[in-house]
Design a binder for this molecule. Structure first.
Ligand code: MG
Length: 269
């Protein structure tokens, strides 16, 4: 009995040591599976007059390579925050995704891209297309993501008849909040997210005053209803808040799939 206790204690300590890999499967949630619905046909929304246009189909002037990147575990999130705090002088490198036929296309291997401008509370409209990619399944089928403030990810993935863990499917706040329904269109068709995101608020001492919240519509259907985030959307381990500036760039994810984006605009709130 004593032996078992010490063994368990040793395993728990080992699991939390810095630098140790945490099994990402531990934070996959497979049930419930969101009900599959068919969204109505909506006209895609052109930017209103007060929006900041992030991509209008022509060029990548609003985008660059990320200055500090993204963290997939709490350890990495803290490292990114430290790197950001130490950043006094920097050189911007232009984003190097492909622009073709009015779309912004992920170039696998070129890495994530981020907005040159930083944002806090926003309304965001973004259209995306998961290309038809026979043979791909689960998280490997047209995966990308919209990382609000570079760390709060609404998942982009083909989940039209492509099952995966529910808290990692399209419209999930990755590994935190399952979408209310599955409003995916088939791969090869354009879809839209309309998002209201409120940035977290931190006190001067770094304590959390107010968590980030998100309300999101997928193809016009409510999928996240004022969800309070628990911290950054990380791949492994449990999230917690790390204080950060009031405004940060929006990141689009290169997950090795040629996902397309178009008509991206934002209104600052
Ligand atoms: Mg993703």
């Amino acid at each position: 009995m004593r032996k078992t206790f010490f063994l368990l204690a040793a395993i728990c300590i080992a699991a939390t040591l810095p630098g140790q890999e945490i099994d990402p499967k531990l934070t996959e949630v497979w049930e419930p599976v969101p009900e599959k619905i068919t969204p109505g046909i909506l006209p895609f929304t052109n930017a209103p007059s007060d929006a900041i246009i992030l991509f209008d189909g022509t060029g990548l002037s609003q985008w660059r390579k990320p200055l500090v990147g993204y963290g997939g575990s709490m350890e990495e999130v803290k490292a990114v925050a430290q790197k950001r705090a130490a950043l006094t002088k920097y050189e911007e490198k232009d984003a190097d995704w492909e622009v073709k036929d009015g779309a912004l296309i992920v170039v696998p291997g070129n890495g994530h891209i981020e907005t040159r401008k930083a944002f806090g509370d926003i309304q965001l409209h973004i259209e995306w297309l998961a290309p038809v990619d026979p043979g791909k399944t689960g998280q490997g089928y047209s995966n990308s993501g919209v990382f609000l403030m570079g760390q709060y990810e609404i998942q982009v993935l083909n989940n039209y008849e492509n099952p995966t863990y529910s808290n990692g499917q399209a419209g999930a706040m990755y590994k935190q909040s399952i979408p209310l329904v599955n409003a995916c269109r088939p791969p090869g068709e354009w879809q839209a997210y309309d998002i209201v995101f409120m940035a977290p608020k931190f006190g001067k001492d770094g304590s959390l005053i107010q968590p980030a919240t998100i309300t999101a519509f997928h193809n016009g259907i409510l999928i996240q209803n004022h969800y309070e985030l628990k911290g950054p959307c990380i791949y492994q381990g449990e999230p917690s808040y790390v204080p950060h500036p009031e405004k940060l760039p929006l990141i689009l994810q290169d997950h090795d799939n040629k996902v397309r984006f178009r008509n991206i605009w934002v209104r600052e709130l």
